[in-house]
Design a protein around this ligand. Structure first.
Ligand SMILES: C[S@@+](CC[C@H](N)C(=O)[O-])C[C@H]1O[C@@H](n2cnc3c(N)ncnc32)[C@H](O)[C@@H]1O
Length: 209
């Protein structure tokens, strides 16, 4: 645990390691690392897209804490050197010193090479999206997602909308090939890939939950 995370948890005990949502994200990180046979993220640079925010949670779930920036917190707590989170909503005040937050609509950032231009080549060891580029069949569980965004609504929408999400994922993977450092990982919803020496992304065998 690094000093920022220690402070976060000291000042906000409900955010701490006992929190079920914190534990879910630790589980995601552990599974990723074990699939990639990597033992630590110490010193890593992490980019989390649609990272969560207390405001996004309250818009759709009242006071429930489930979609706060748990993954950035977990990465910071596990020694990442730099964690950047991007979300439509503002950063929660208690996370101010925990990770760098960019409030932005990701849709334009996911097109072309916008992320590559913004952050530069080989800038991250891990790029993560969860609960953001969802691609569930219509009628699947997760009804609460209806309020979030056009993109998430697309996960329950028409074939055309789902194809749009597919194209965004495809383009994010293309950008990841440039954004990742050698051996870096892209974990995009339920799938994860590791950058190989020849510049390709190899799927990792990982079951998140
Ligand atoms: C279901 S929550 C998941 C949060 C977090 N990744 C997690 O796994 O707990 C989806 C998040 O994506 C964000 N989001 C949705 N559409 C977005 C967009 N177009 N641009 C940026 N963020 C977006 C929402 O604000 C919300 O915080």
């Amino acid at each position: 645990m690094n000093e920022f995370s220690e402070r976060l948890i000291d000042q906000n005990p409900e955010v701490g390691a006992d929190n079920i949502y914190f534990q879910f994200k630790e589980y995601r990180l552990e599974n990723l690392l074990s699939a990639a046979k990597i033992s630590t993220i110490s010193g890593w640079n992490v980019l989390d897209l649609g990272c969560g925010s207390k405001d996004s949670t309250s818009v759709d779930f009242g006071d429930d804490r489930r979609f706060e920036a748990w993954f950035p917190r977990v990465c910071a707590a596990n020694g990442a050197a730099r964690v950047v989170g991007v979300d439509l909503y503002d950063q929660s005040p208690e996370d101010k010193n925990v990770y760098e937050h960019i409030r932005a609509d990701l849709k334009p950032l996911l097109t072309g090479e916008v992320l590559v231009k913004k952050f530069g080549k080989q800038s991250f060891n891990l790029i993560n999206t969860e609960g953001f580029l969802l691609h569930k069949e219509p009628g699947a569980a997760f009804s609460g997602a209806m309020g979030f965004s056009e993109m998430i609504m697309a996960s329950r929408g028409t074939e055309e909308q789902r194809q749009k999400v597919d194209r965004l994922i495809e383009n994010l993977l293309k950008q990841s090939m440039k954004l990742l450092k050698p051996g870096g990982i892209a974990s995009i919803e339920e799938n994860a890939y590791q950058l190989q020496d020849d510049g390709t992304l190899k799927p990792l065998k990982v079951h998140f939950l």
